[in-house]
Design a protein around this ligand. Structure first.
Ligand SMILES: CCCCC/C=C/CC(=O)SCCNC(=O)CCNC(=O)[C@H](O)C(C)(C)COP(=O)(O)OP(=O)(O)OC[C@H]1O[C@@H](n2cnc3c(N)ncnc32)[C@H](O)[C@@H]1OP(=O)(O)O
Length: 398
């Protein structure tokens, strides 16, 4: 099942043609461009397969409208006219796909195939040739939405989706867990999370919520809750000091997790926002426990229930941030300090941290489980669905 997240975010590497969709209107087929790369014969099944392969190699997101056209044409070319029952209103992905496919009416399979091949051919000709993969530098994993580097005994995990304000996709949750597992075993003394660009992180990618599997939204909520629980567990159990280098605004889960970090250094440009109320959500990342403990129940309520956004200075006053630096010198000052910390005897650092952490760990796991259970219900609520739809439609994603 291809996801709405893929449709919207253009996660090309995970594309397949089972389910591309978007509620955008499908332009009439006569408007499709003529083929460029093929002689004027009817497209064969082989041409179709080649075109499908070609699309998988595209590096650049062709946009929702094109992806929708491709999905509909492929289904028409391989299965004929759409005769599936119309999905319900809340099933955004399947409804979008259904609309697109149905709009092709009784278009013959051969014509759909030809139009698919023509469309891919014209778009491939217009796009740049794929660039060879950049070789990873020493100690660096290949770039992508998450970049992991290890240098001078510091492993750095960087959110790297600046165009999306570093929103965390489902894949990124998985990749962060893998990066943490690796960092727990490497020779680093510190593990740092930071963001590339203007934002630290805008929290959970809201299009994650629209990826509904065939089993329905309940299954989605269940698997999300499992993923979230595992993800937060990795932070609870992480054996080395965790440092957040908060280079800019932080939202949602990127804020709540900070309660599980050892050091939080923030630029004076950073803000800390947990808009769970407006999103119909409830807190995660153990913040329902760590925030009241750190800042007192009333300040925690202001943030976690009522969504008050804190400046870096306010977050520092509440104990969420360790220290605030002027943005102009932020990177230099913070990294100098972190490098100095790596010179400390590593076993002493680890032991001190362990004795500080071990007492609360069991409690944190219980809190995590409870928060994930509550969220599993919240994700299925009308309040949450409407909030996500509002966000996506405001940005022209629906
Ligand atoms: C396994 C599941 C686990 C779930 C765990 C749960 C976690 C809870 C949370 O994290 S709740 C918090 C969720 N985040 C948000 O609500 C933030 C949503 N984003 C915004 O409000 C704004 O985008 C902003 C304030 C971060 C930035 O606003 P600005 O106007 O400066 O920029 P744009 O809105 O134009 O954003 C630029 C592009 O980035 C996309 N984008 C930003 N944030 C997200 C996001 N969280 N999810 C998905 N996409 C996001 C935005 O759509 C723009 O994309 P576009 O250029 O293609 O339109």
């Amino acid at each position: 099942m291809t996801t709405m997240a893929q449709v919207i975010c253009g996660l090309a590497r995970r594309w397949c043609f089972g389910a591309l969709g978007s509620p955008l209107q499908v332009p009439c087929l006569q408007a499709l461009p003529l083929h460029l790369g093929r002689t004027a014969t009817r497209a064969s099944q082989r041409d179709l397969e080649n075109a499908v392969h070609q699309v998988k190699l595209w590096k650049k997101d062709p946009g929702n409208e094109v992806k929708l056209k491709l999905y509909a044409l492929y289904k028409q070319a391989t299965e004929g006219p759409c005769n599936l029952p119309k999905p319900g209103m809340m099933d955004l992905v399947n409804k979008a796909k259904w609309d697109a496919w149905s709009a092709l009416g009784s278009l013959p399979k051969e014509t759909a195939r030809e139009n698919y091949v023509d469309l891919v051919s014209s778009l491939s000709a217009a796009s740049e040739p794929p660039s060879p993969a950049k070789p990873a530098a020493d100690g660096e994993q290949a770039g992508g939405d998450l970049v992991v580097t290890s240098e001078n005994h510091i492993t750095t995990i960087t959110f790297n989706r600046p165009a999306k304000k570093n929103a965390i996709t489902t894949q990124m949750y998985q990749d962060i867990m893998l990066a943490l597992q690796a960092a727990s075993k490497d020779d680093s003394v510190l593990t740092v999370l930071t963001g590339n660009g203007e934002y630290y992180c805008s929290g959970n990618d809201l299009t994650n919520f629209t990826d509904i599997p065939p089993e329905g939204p309940e299954e989605k909520a269940r698997t999300n809750a499992i993923l979230l629980r595992e993800f937060v567990d990795c932070f609870i159990d992480f054996p080395k000091p965790l440092v957040a280098v908060v280079n800019g605004p932080a939202v949602g889960i990127s804020v709540t997790l900070l309660g599980l970090f050892d050091l939080v250094y923030a630029s004076d440009r950073a803000t800390f926002h947990t808009p769970f109320g407006p999103l119909g959500l409830s807190p995660e990342g153990c913040s329902s426990y760590t925030f009241p403990k750190m800042m007192g129940p009333s300040k925690a309520a202001e943030m976690l229930i009522f969504g008050r956004k804190l400046t870096a200075q306010e977050a520092c006053a509440q104990g969420l941030v360790t220290e605030v630096f002027p943005d102009s010198t932020f990177q230099k000052e913070v990294w100098t300090r972190l490098r100095a910390y790596t010179k400390l005897p590593p076993n002493a650092v680890r032991t001190s941290r362990e004795v500080m952490r071990s007492k609360g760990r069991e409690r944190l796991h219980a809190v995590n489980a409870e928060e994930c259970g509550a969220l599993q219900q919240r994700w299925l609520s009308e309040e949450c669905t409407s909030a996500v739809v509002r966000f996506l439609s405001r940005r022209g994603k629906l």
